[in-house]
Design a protein around this ligand. Structure first.
Ligand code: SF4
Ligand code: SF4
Length: 142
């Protein structure tokens, strides 16, 4: 049984000691350098070899082709599926992928933002326009 005296002692001690908790999110501590946050993709180095896609255990990435000859690719990244294992980083022989230690606050209230497109702005637009036109064709047929 806890004695009243020791209980009061603990309460008084807590009043004058530094809090053990952190004031997150207003105060943030530095993240470890090797923290595995969201993927970072360098489209300029990508060859479209698809090794990252093949080795991903979570089906979290896709490489979309804009122009294979001109090496124009876009990565579609489903970070709600990603298990942050870094297998794709290890599998890429062209040094296109790394995991951010800064972008790790990835929670969202809506489902839609969990999918992001990485790559050159023009190429991403091309892919999104293509998807929109396929969708509208499907709606017409349906
Ligand atoms: S970190 Fe792992 S789960 Fe996430 S995309 Fe890369 S291989 Fe897939
Ligand atoms: S493994 Fe690297 S080069 Fe190959 S498709 Fe993936 S990101 Fe591009």
């Amino acid at each position: 049984m806890v004695k009243l005296g020791s209980l009061l002692g603990n309460a008084l001690q807590s009043l004058f000691s530094k809090p053990a908790t952190q004031q997150y999110p207003t105060v943030k501590t530095a993240t470890p350098i090797r923290l595995r946050g969201a993927l970072i993709y360098d489209a300029d180095k990508c060859t479209g070899c698809n090794m990252c896609v093949r080795d991903c255990p979570a089906d979290a990435i896709e490489i979309l082709i804009v122009d294979r000859k001109a090496k124009k690719f876009v990565m579609r990244y489903h970070y709600d599926r990603c298990v942050f294992c870094a297998q794709c980083v290890a599998s890429c022989k062209f040094d296109c992928l790394e995991m951010s230690n800064e972008e790790w606050e990835l929670a969202e209230v809506e489902k839609e933002p969990f999918t992001v497109y990485y790559g050159n702005e023009e190429n991403v637009k091309f892919i999104l326009d293509q998807a929109a036109s396929t969708e509208s064709e499907d709606n017409k047929e349906g």
